[in-house]
Design a protein around this ligand. Sequence first.
Ligand SMILES: [Fe+2]
Ligand SMILES: [Fe+2]
Length: 294
Amino acid sequence: MSLIPQILRSLKNLPPFPMVAQRALMLVNKPELSIQELVEVIKFDPAITANVLRIANSAYFGLRREIHSLHQALLLLGTQELLKIIIASGATRLFANATPGYFSERHGLWRHSVSCGLMADLLARELTWAERATCFTAGLLHDIGKLVLSLFVDQKFAAIMEVVETQGKPFHRAEKEILGVDHAEIGGEMARIWDFPDRLRLVIRHHHLDCPESFSDNLVLLIHLADVLVLMFGQNLGREGLAYDGYPEVLKHFGLRERDLEKILLHFGCIWNDAQVFFGLIGSAHGLQCAHRG
Ligand SMILES: [Fe+2]
Ligand SMILES: [Fe+2]
């Protein structure tokens, strides 16, 4: 029996994307974003404010003095860094309740998503792109389709793996063959329902580079590369990582050589531990979400 009707029902019952994170997403590409505009976005959400202060004071930013207020955080870190923290902090509310599905550990999807966001940010730095908050956000949200599909992947895991093994297909193609749809397609639809900016929607829909137009957007290519590098780093491979199709031509496109990748992976290894505070968000978000529902 096809699972498509059930999958579509899950889409219909999608919870709203957290409002503060949604408003922050709209500001990511705004030129000359003012500190006051950002403070206005978060000041009425105490949970996100607390998370912002927690992350700003973590080893990840390595600031020498303690930060006590949003204003101070904004002045010391700047609007781009703060946007990243706000979006990650808001998104935890959705990821906290994700079923494992694609990952063997409960919060595997969150860890993979944060890792990909951080890797995209590092790549943007290496390529001297100015839009680092955009890259982090796109990396963080590229696999949101898994939030809906993980339940169904769990049910059909053996059948999906049989297609991977007998036909040599990458995981997301096998997923499409068995479920009738893959997580990138579902993610694209979620991004439409949540009214994400068009470019972010494009990344989510095409991060597996599954059609010619995927190759025409630099951000889509960068997130694909970040996804591959996170797998190469060897953390949190998940089930998709068992059979992932990477495109080496993307490296050439960005003029990156193997030794650049080695440098990026080394750097990623250094920030990995300091970034644990992002991974810690999920525990607090879980408590918060229960309070939210009640
Ligand atoms: Fe994916
Ligand atoms: Fe991914």
